[in-house]
Write a protein that binds this ligand. Sequence first.
Ligand code: ADP
Ligand code: ZN
Length: 758
Amino acid sequence: MTTTPLPHTQQNQTAGTTSPITVEVAVPLPLDCTFHYRVPASLADQIRPGVRVFVPFGRRKITAYLLGFTPAPPDQPLKELLEILDNEPLWTDAELTFFRWIAAYYLHPLGEVLKTALPTGINLKSQTTVDGESVTGGKNIRRERFFEAHDSPDPVKIKGKGLDILDFLRQSGPTSSAELRQRFGECNQNLRRLVELGYTRMREQEIYRDPFAGLQIKPDTPKALNRHQQQCLDSILDAVVLKQFAPFLLHGVTGSGKTEVYLQAIAKILADGTNALVLVPEISLTPQLVHRFRARFTDSIAVLHSALSDGERYDEWRRIRRGEVRIVIGARSAIFAPLERIGIIVVDEEHEASFKQSDGLRYNARDLALVRGQQEKAVVLLGSATPLVTTRFAAQQGKLGYLSLPERVGSSSLPETSIISMRMTAETPFSPPLLQALTDNLERGEQSILFLNRRGFASWLVCPACGADLQCPNCSVSLTYHRQRRKSICHYCDYQVPAPCICPACGELELKEMGAGTERIEHELLERFPNARIARMDSDTTSGKGGHARILDKVGRGEVDILIGTQMIAKGHDFPGVTLVGVLQAEGSLYLPDFRAAERTFQVLSQVMGRAGRGDLPGRVLLQAMQPDHYGIAFAASHDFDSFYQEELLFRQELNYPPFGFLAVLRLSATSESALIKAAAAAAQLLGLLKQQLGVRTEILGPAPAPLYRLRGRYRYQILLKDTTRATLRRLVSIYRQQQSLPAVIRESIDIDPVDLL
Ligand code: ADP
Ligand code: ZN
């Protein structure tokens, strides 16, 4: 539609008999409120909540999202909206309710939440006219022509190829121009003539790009479940029957068959007539999971993949919106998928940090799965071998059902694991037992994985004699070594000590700076094993579409003897040929300046260990560690989640970290360091003042330099807020947001329930 807005008439304003329709809209701008507009009479019939509208805003005209009808606010005169941009609503009322919840919880403007929830393809400003109707995002909709024979009298005026085509159409029904071209060669002329003569009808139809076209998949049938799997499935199905919100933790060791439980639960949901939403950490890293869904279900599946083009993404979105899809699989943003009648939401590897978005709208899809599940009265299944301590705690408190798969499927068992102490041997990356194990594996023709969790920017100091690192006395996090300033600094509270200094634990004189990369390891490995087929998998080697899949496929086909990589290789891959996993620097993530460092270490070690011995041959794991007794390492090695959980819980309780306290982080950045330091101090001061006025006990830590102190030319500071109740914390932050005014050169963001404190 290209309607010009009717000039708003005198009559309309004074009539009083029919009060004008007023609507509430959200604009995609950093503003906390929504706005009201009047609907011109000409658009009154077409207006529906959930469509986009074009509105005058200040001196501009912008696209806004229509939330619903509201009574006209008494005081101010309202502007009229100009245009309705969608023929169909983009969202249902239930979805709008969900988005309002998100905006309120994350203290983020509703208009920006809505914009984030839309596929990028739709936001491209383009209007096309098709069949006299205007279509938004038209540029991104792919259309194909279809031809169909008319019931016409005998085709006297046509012969040759034209007649062949017509005969074909009469027998086969509507056929796409692409297919006709394949059969008859270039035939546009003939088709045009057939249409002109009235023998054939042509119509344009939307088609979807299929990113998986041509992919051959062998169908697969449900497996007979083992006793534990059956128990889990039964509990889930009992909940399905009740049609109530029912959240579960599915805690199953690596290779215990969690995916099979998801698949069978989903099969039941689909049979019941409701739909399934499946969230995975990163699709590109888990091609096997998507494959298993495609092999199992003939119902249509939408896969929201980060490598989709804008057009493909928009296609998938429309298929889902139109109810043509029963299962949606995707990474975190799939939580916004316009899927209706959701019966189950699965969050696979629920502990993964990648469910949290780290910029813009800082939402956590794992948490939102519970919110949306509650609104939809759905079953929510959080699956992991290493659930978050907070998730396990919620299950312990009865807020989540607890389902357990304590054993691997079939005859395979968890790998035998030994820890190798690396103290005083830090010069070489490989210990003699690891070298021996690699040599043996090569000789036997079995595959090995070497894991190194290198983080490029953070380095830390470790005592080569006792293995201790420097800890902040206030925050129980590792201090980060700043080489240029020759200091070790706490990134929560700004505690500082000169560095390098003597080891506070044992008095050793020279601490060692730690941090070596995968590339160097690959190099050394090639020198030691010149005949081995070695592959490296990290963010440098996997760029581009299908980068991960290429390497993973090679490993799967047995064309790689040793795979070396970062945490990417720890994800749910199922390589039956891998019998040895070696971990260099088991504490690689222990020294991150983050209170979750121990938890992350436990998780990543358990996951990478879980890659060993998944086939017929038993697996073996060697962990090289500077701190072999650390509970995050020792309990991972003994496959002892419960002991790890108990110990971690004590630590969290002592310092009011989650689940005993809640966090928010205020991040400030600027190109001018001095302006930033001043602004950060002022922000902390205002927070302190508000804390006093409200009479609350929120801890205000910092301002401190962010661990990643300088990023893309900007200096970064952060203030960490901690409180034992969520409500207090959010009240403090939202009042702060109303009162604070920062110079324009300072950028500020608020992160509720932060996951990454770097
Ligand atoms: P997890 O997701 O817990 O790591 P998977 O679901 O990947 O484990 O299962 C590991 C392997 O065991 C897969 O190859 C899967 O096909 C197989 N599997 C799962 N359940 C069964 C079962 N009940 N019977 C036979 N094989 C199974
Ligand atoms: Zn500190």
